[in-house]
Design a protein around this ligand. Sequence first.
Ligand code: BGC
Length: 717
Amino acid sequence: MSPESENVLPAFDADAIHAGNFALGIDHEKVAREVDTLMARMSLAQKIHEIRGHGPLPADSLWCAGGDEELGIAAWRMVDGPRGARAGVATAFPVAIARAATFDVDLERRVGMAIGLEVAAKGGNVLLAPTINLLRHPGWGRAQETYSEDTHHTGAMGVAFISGAQNHVLTSPKHFALNNLENTRFEMSGDIDARSLREVYLRHFERCVVEAGAASVMTAYNKVNGTYCCQNPELLQAILRDDWGFRGFVESDWYLGTRSTARALNAGLDIEMPAPYRFTDEKLEEALASGRLHEDTIHRNARHSVYQKVAWQLEDDAVAGKTRPDAARFVECDEHVALAREAAEKSMVLLKNAAELLPLERTGDTRIALVGDLADEINLGDRGSSMVTSTRVSKPLDGIRAAAGGATVTHFASDADLTGLADFDVCVVVAGLSYRDEGEFIPTAQQEAEGGDLARGGDRESLALPAAQRDLIERAATVARRTVVVLQGGSAIVVRDWIDDVEALLMTWYAGREGGLALGRVLFGDVCPSGRLPVSFPRHDDDLLPWDVAALSVEHDLLHGYRWLDHHAVAPEFPFGFGLSYTRFDLSELRVTRSEDEDASGGGFRCRVGVHNVGARAGAAVVQLYVSCSDSRVFRVPKELRGFGRVELEADGRATLEFALPDADLCFWDVETESWQLEDCRYRFRVGSSSADLPLEATCRRADGSWESVVYSPSPQ
Ligand code: BGC
């Protein structure tokens, strides 16, 4: 292909992602002056009011904090959360891990923008999302709320969501930090060395703060290295403010999220939510009188909040310079519903498709058996703080019927007699998990939702399906001629027991209000599946790192997910980044060029790769770039994702994807100098369609601070 005719697409188009993000246009000098004038008029009592929530329950679905009528300071009005506005009815999008499977940052920006707009229309001004805790283990109960096991991928999706949402409201990425175990979240300590903390568990938080200008951050319930996050000066001051230059406010997680008065305030917790338990008048007076707390600290913390109010031009009915949008026009509007469907369609991951059973035929004589109670249930995900209620939700049965054309679809409940399945051309089993099996662990709320029966939620001890779901698949597969399994769930599922008995497997996550319709369109081929796994699916539970849902102290290091599997040479069932399609792509012509003035931090590489749709139909390729490093003086994991890009191509269509790889992405955190270091060593750039399929490779050695020429394998034509 001649360079002139090349269709070059950036894998991550930073300008497009950040368009309209209000935080990135703030004139900080001007704001600082205004804030100082305003703060000078505030009494201690007014400042104290600014650092705490208004009460234990939300008012009209809004969690309020601070504000002062006399001074013209509006209150914060916070709304959850990661899959839609948790206030009355709203568009229920697919859960975050489903959207993560799209590997589509532009889509995630648009979803963030839609959720932000709905929150604003509900009268909110802070969106309590995204959840960006790394999936250290896929058994985490809130896996569905976050993006992935990979720090680069989580960072890119988080940045896109925040920049989209911050077109309308402030965001609050959460939970800072190491909140990745549910059942013991109020007590456990994530113990970690400085390097793993910076490189793996905080890198994506750093991007959300530095690149996307996240306007606030929510602390985690748990401890890090023995100190509760809400009172951890290392996290809240040294890293967040001193290193990353964070100018936003820090609020606690709810109820049990603030563990002390003076200690938390001194460490940098600005606002106690949702009500004063530790920041009561009495406790503050006591702390001031004892000298453990100074008025200056209250001033500083209140200023963090007031600063963002001034910066975001907050008024009672306006934020980001815009008056409150009309809820009747924007909440669950056609555009948002279409976006929810697009996200659901792009998120489904085809994991197995023997003999190209999918897409299904829809001619008049095709008989399809649809098996399982979940086929006819609304299953939007957990019922904790991220729960969203929509006016209409399409279930798998609705969507499959809508897309089936002339084919007949007969539904069998889970307890039905399945012996007749042999008479059908194909059997589709809908199986998986629900809020009963995984989710945020809030026993009382879940009990209410269940009408008094205890729903466990929380972490999953095992990644296998519950016995009844496994049994359903096995009973159907034994009788049916050909079986497709449609899996619902918020994270990795072990399928080893039954995968060889079925022809096809589609992972559909919790697909949101349009999930059923999206499923029908994917199964019948109106949509070509393009999702990729943002989490490794292991063969067996014990292939992953040790997992104890009752642990009170958990050692974190550089290895988990695909990094762990690679290091221990354990093959997964389905690797990170994997997903099949109804078409095929060829990747070729990897070209790596060096530029010394890539960005302010120095140089970097540009990696271009040619993508060609060699199948018979349109589809989307997800191309991934991994970096390895040898001859390092420190331990390096076998490889790490450092770029990904998604491109839609017609049959025989071609494009060139370009990845920007700044030197910052090649650095390691040096514990001696407490800084990022770019080492002299050999860097390997590998490109392919999953973490286990990387056919293109280039290496470049850095010696005495200079880069040698790039060596390719295979050599370019
Ligand atoms: C959750 C947060 C949520 C908050 C407010 C807490 O229990 O951990 O993620 O934003 O409640 O609903």
